[in-house]
Design a protein around this ligand. Structure first.
Ligand SMILES: [Fe+2]
Length: 446
């Protein structure tokens, strides 16, 4: 996946910054898995302390590092605090990178030189945003859509490009852009009554009523974002192109949806190589107005925070087969809820034509299934219902290994890391208060 390439190069920079660090503080940082070595084998950064090494054994220690091709980031010797063999015993502090498959033999070999070898190898967790404002730091663009590079595009589209963190601007779309929208809107809305799920149809009706969803008007993101905020707490944020999977999913954790604002080229109204506002407004927005689906989307985002690259890849694939191309059972038939389908006339017809293969939605299997991003999907996953998909996803997310649990605080739009008993207790107290209120409400009703 190209998304991973982007993240890996970003991590390389971070790793090189770390390599520049020296001093005892840096030794307290923990080990982390890395796949960036030239031979492609996984490596582990280890922090080691070798106690009471005889001065004459120092060269033997060096030989072990050499034998295991350890890349040394930091090496420091000090006179031993508690000399055991002789007064000139040394304590050695090392931070190095070794192949993860060699770790146990590497440490055993060091133990022949120093009786007491201690390692610190807690998994390092990739950085993730804790506050909604931190999303300004999530901006790894995979491709930036640049109409100026495409001679077919009218120059006016350039003015509809905006970047991260900017307020949602109002766009004066041209008559030609509105005509493109009209064509897409007319064709797709003729299919919705038979092909879209009821959650979509309900929200679409509301959007027509309150948000200027009409064939002669391209709705403004500002108004749509306000509408979503009132319904489910989701808000839109302008994006200038495809973001890395990690950054895109992270924004969902805060109920923020990164949205493009430009429209596809008029010469191909039924196809856009990149997401455009037809895809966002007709595909994503109506579903984000549904409470169940909004929670499902946020759950994928929350699961992504602090996850490994391998987990991000799986979550991005889950996102692809659900939020983008998901189907669900409804009243005895199959309906679409995925934005990639609901914004594509051709694929929406095809997906429900019995031509493709169907499988029941099962996060474990779906997350590792290869997907198609250049043509219609040969296979779609069908959820029993959106509630069922949400419950299955939550179970899947709970199995992702992380050294902490996270809690989203909707009052402050921030992520709390539950890494101390006090924090868990505090959150539990807040929940108890809410439960009390709910019990009172029930009493009042009875
Ligand atoms: Fe999309």
């Amino acid at each position: 996946m190209k998304t991973d390439l982007v993240r890996i190069s970003g991590q390389k920079e971070e790793a090189s910054k770390e390599k520049e660090m020296c001093g005892i503080e840096s030794l307290n940082r923990q080990g982390s898995l890395d796949y960036n070595r030239e031979d492609g084998r996984a490596t582990l950064t280890l922090t080691l302390t070798l106690y009471n090494v005889r001065k004459i054994e120092l060269s033997k220690a060096a030989q072990v590092f050499e034998m295991f091709e350890a890349q040394i980031h930091h090496f420091e010797t000090r006179r031993a605090k508690k000399p055991k063999n002789s007064a000139v015993d040394l304590d050695i502090f090392v931070q190095c990178e070794v192949h993860s498959a060699d770790v146990s033999t590497f440490i055993s070999s060091l133990k022949r030189v120093a009786e007491d070898v201690r390692t610190s190898r807690e998994d390092k967790v990739p950085w993730f945003p804790r506050k909604i404002q931190d999303l300004d730091k999530c901006h790894d663009l995979i491709t930036k859509y640049d109409p100026s590079l495409d001679h077919r595009h009218p120059v006016s589209i350039i003015s509809s490009l905006h970047y991260r963190g900017d307020p949602l601007p109002r766009i004066e779309y041209t008559a030609q852009e509105t005509a493109t929208w009209r064509e897409v809107y007319r064709k797709l809305s003729s299919l919705y009554p038979t092909h879209a799920c009821t959650q979509y149809l309900d929200a679409f009706q509301q959007l027509e009523k309150y948000c200027g969803y009409q064939e002669n008007n391209i709705p403004q993101l500002q108004e749509v974002s306000r509408f979503l905020k009132e319904r489910t707490g989701f808000q839109l944020r302008p994006a200038a192109g495809l973001l890395s999977a990690r950054d895109f999913l992270a924004s969902l954790a805060f109920r923020v949806f990164q949205s493009t604002q430009y429209i596809r080229h008029f010469s191909s109204p039924m196809h856009s190589p990149e997401p455009d506002c037809c895809h966002e407004l007709l595909g994503h927005v109506p579903m984000l107005a549904d409470k169940e689906f909004a929670q499902f989307s946020q759950d994928i985002g929350l699961a992504s925070l602090g996850s490994s690259e391998a987990e991000i890849e799986k979550l991005a694939t889950l996102y692809w087969f659900t939020v983008e191309f998901g189907l669900c059972k409804q009243n005895g038939s199959i309906k679409a809820y995925g934005a990639g389908l609901l914004s594509s006339y051709g694929e929406l017809m095809y997906a429900l034509s019995n031509k493709p293969e169907y499988k029941p939605f099962d996060p474990e299997a779906t997350a590792v299934h290869p997907y198609q991003d250049q043509a219609f999907q040969p296979l779609y996953f069908i959820a029993e219902s959106l509630e069922d998909a949400k419950a299955k996803l939550q179970n899947y997310a709970m199995k992702i290994k992380k050294p902490f649990s996270l809690h989203y605080n909707p009052f402050t739009s921030s992520i709390e890391v539950m890494n101390t008993p006090q924090k868990v207790k505090k959150t539990l107290c807040q929940m108890k208060e809410e439960l009390k209120n709910l019990c009172l409400a029930l009493e009042n009703l009875s």
